[in-house]
Ligand binder design. Sequence first.
Ligand code: UD1
Length: 432
Amino acid sequence: MNQYIIKGGKSLAGEVTIGGAKNAALGILAGAIMTDDEVTIENLPDVSDINALLEAIKAIGAKVDRIDAHTVKISGASIHSTVVDYDYIQKIRASYYLLGALLGKYGKASVAMPGGCKIGSRPIDQHIKGFKALGAKVVTENSMINASVNNLRGSHIFLDMVSVGATINIMLAAVMAQGQTIIENVAKEPHIVDVANFLNSMGANIKGAGTDVIRIRGVERLHGSTYSCIPDQIEAGTFMCLATATKGDITLKNVIPKHLEAITAKLVEIGADIIENDDSVRVVCKDRPGSAIVKTRVYPGFPTDMQPQITVVLATADGVSTINENIWEDRFKYVAELRKMGAVITVEGSTAFVEGQPKLSPAVMEAPDLRAGAALTIAALQADGVSILTDIEYIERGYEKFDEKLRSLGAEIMKVDSEDYKAVQKFKLEIV
Ligand code: UD1
């Protein structure tokens, strides 16, 4: 197990290049197995969630060639199984996209039932509703979801709630269904558009991604493609919060500023200066941020995946802020860790009330999940003194070379084995 040791208190400045979007790449990689031709995916983030899905894809027989850290070639021609067992689902929940992809390509798929997770129970009833509407028989037996059909038929589907996962999964299943599928009340996140663009580059006929209604005309077959994933909106947003929290000056390269609008607007509201260019954004913050009201919403609203990071920024704001979490019921677990740093936060149901403090103090903390882990790193980087953050494997699920990128901005942060007390002492001596 690794941990970060962090000496905080510095304003961080410099340039950082943002990687490919993890959540887009997960849908894209699943879609890549739907043709027997070779597919090349570029700008793939080199993070453990992506590597786990590639393992699941290999396990069903697809050929996976990692050309370099950010490029993979996939060939679905050699797939010999349509069964994805619990080991993979447990490592990466998004393995459930193989349900839609395999059902769409072969008319059958068995995928282990995903459990809940640390941010709340995560039902998949809408995914199943979509598959059934396309004519599939879906039976859950011994914790496996078994879906089968002779021929998928296009259908009119109205999702009961906006779900990123269900939108992508149903889209995957429908691209080779006979006739037209209309999916209403779909998610509009940039990663939905990216998965649709990718499938279209393979010959699919998907229209409307990025709006509330997606229309798909089924095609006979999909063909090979070379496709580059969009930049990661959440990695970018995390560095934007870092600049604001440490009163820094950070330029993010390889971003799509439009995807960051909700985050940009909130940071400007609390006092950051944000300069947008075609594919870069500079965030400068000189003063203590002001307080704000934040409500997480589906895109284009403020993303739930940015909720812990903005809460950390507001923990040192001048005034009382309110953060209302509307997507996941259990996403304030990290608040207990933040309190160890002197943050004054009370949580009532899905709302956190944050009484901003001039500074947070260093502490020893545990990363409870991916985004909260990144948020606690930001908190430690703004506090004067040495903090320790354990369980950073969560952070590595979604942030590539996080510590390296932070060091390039001037941060004093080191990744050490949790058992390696000597390294911890040495780091403290060198920097204190
Ligand atoms: C959600 C976020 C996504 C984020 C991810 C991880 C939204 C819309 N989606 O995506 O941006 O990257 O969490 O934090 O903000 N639901 C059901 N039944 C279903 C599917 C979903 O009840 O079949 C509910 C979920 O319990 C949740 C909500 O719908 O409350 C959103 O779920 P969904 O968008 O599917 O989650 P993710 O795809 O994981």
